[in-house]
Design a protein around this ligand. Structure first.
Ligand SMILES: Nc1ncnc2c1ncn2[C@@H]1O[C@H](COP(=O)(O)OP(=O)(O)O)[C@@H](O)[C@H]1O
Ligand SMILES: [Mg+2]
Length: 363
């Protein structure tokens, strides 16, 4: 398997990072430092290179440009390599402008690799918020299915337009809705089918991944909580006709796949209702690593794995399990912690590279 990995990275005017050149190992990279020193910023720089956006919500150029920097241009230069090749790759951003270069040649869309970002704290949001779950599944499915990403974008735009038509009201509302709903019905049918298939594929990996990491036997399963599963476009369109008067009265699209949810079960029971916080976190981590296996299955290469803020709820044995799991894997990992005992655990990994960051600089 030949995966592109980040070998070198240098940022300029990116948040609080200095101009140090980070030279990464193709295996596990541990990033240490106290709170607020730039560990997450370093992961964000890698994510911006590989996924063309931050993992932080509502974050663009104006949040990422160094607020104390003299220049309005943000630059990240990098070198990526796989077993037999090496490429330079850089990004330049200024207000309203974003350019990317592969080996100094302008590049419109391609990136050298993809990153998967893991923040174990997200486990809580994942288990408690359906909006978070939906966004998690949609963004991760988008990473591996370009058609899903495209159609999801069109669907969201169509729903916004439908809601604005409903909001304005008027005597033409009904005929306007029919025109929009033809599209919404097509998109809904396709997106639901893809979400359904995605869960089926994840389900093949999730229980074995849980066993591989934590050496415990539990049955984990994801299900789509949606009335639209296996509905064709005509059935969705007819449903919206039936729903029309209610929506006109409420002035909003009340039902649709934009409100669908996912159920995560642990030994047949709802993980959020029955699992301890630690078990929820184990289940959430297994889901992400199952996704990473699915990614490899689809693209015959691993993504870069960014694990941020390793601390909380999991006991030290479970973290040892996770670290041992990472050691057996062929993907590149950048893992951060501010916690001293996890730091000791990570420092024991023989082949790993360690970085200490203070005020955005390597020490
Ligand atoms: N645009 C910016 N310019 C300069 N510094 C920034 C910018 N955005 C965030 N920071 C600083 O980055 C620090 C947070 O970095 P972060 O990587 O999240 O820390 P941690 O090491 O805890 O992960 C804060 O001190 C914050 O002030
Ligand atoms: Mg952080």
């Amino acid at each position: 398997m030949n995966c592109w990995k980040v070998k070198k990275l240098q940022a300029q005017n990116f948040r609080n990072l200095g101009k140090d050149v980070f030279e990464f190992s193709p295996g596990i990279n541990c990033i240490f430092g106290q709170n607020g020193n730039g560990k997450t910023n370093l992961l964000e720089a890698v994510h911006l290179l590989t996924n063309k956006k931050s993992f932080r919500k509502n974050t663009g150029y104006s949040q990422m440009i160094n607020i104390e920097g003299a220049s309005p241009e943000l630059i990240i230069q990098s070198v990526f390599e796989n077993d037999d090749d090496q490429s330079s790759y850089s990004i330049r951003m200024s207000e309203g402008l974003e350019e990317r270069y592969f080996n100094n040649v302008f590049e419109k869309s391609k990136t050298p690799s993809t990153s998967v970002f893991i923040n174990p704290f997200d486990s809580y949001s994942f288990h408690t918020s359906s909006t978070f779950r939906r966004q998690w599944f949609d963004s991760h499915l988008s990473l591996i299915d370009k058609e899903f990403k495209q159609v999801l974008g069109r669907f969201q735009k169509a729903i916004r337009f439908r809601n604005s038509v409903l909001g304005m009201g008027g005597k033409n509302t009904s005929s306007q809705l029919r025109a929009i709903d033809e599209q919404i019905a097509e998109y809904s049918s396709l997106l639901t089918q893809k979400r359904f298939e995605f869960l089926q594929e994840l389900n093949q990996h999730i229980t074995p991944t849980f066993r591989a990491i934590f050496a415990e036997e539990h049955r984990l399963q994801l299900d789509l909580d949606s009335m639209f599963v296996h509905w064709d476009a005509k059935k969705v369109f007819d449903f919206y006709r039936h729903q029309e008067m209610n929506d006109i009265k409420a002035q909003i699209t009340q039902v649709g796949i934009h409100r669908d949810d996912f159920i995560f079960s642990f030994d047949g029971l709802n993980a959020f209702e029955f699992c301890s916080l630690g078990q929820q976190k184990m289940a959430f981590l297994s889901l992400i690593f199952a996704y990473i296996e699915l990614f490899r299955y689809k693209f015959t290469s691993y993504p870069i794995v960014l694990i941020d803020d390793v601390s909380g709820e999991l006991d030290s044995q479970r973290w040892k399990n996770l670290i041992q799991y990472l050691e057996t894997k062929k993907f590149q990992v950048l893992i951060t912690t501010a916690n001293e005992s996890f730091r000791e655990e990570l420092e024991r990994i023989p082949e790993s590279k360690k970085f200490f960051i203070k005020h955005g600089k390597l020490i």
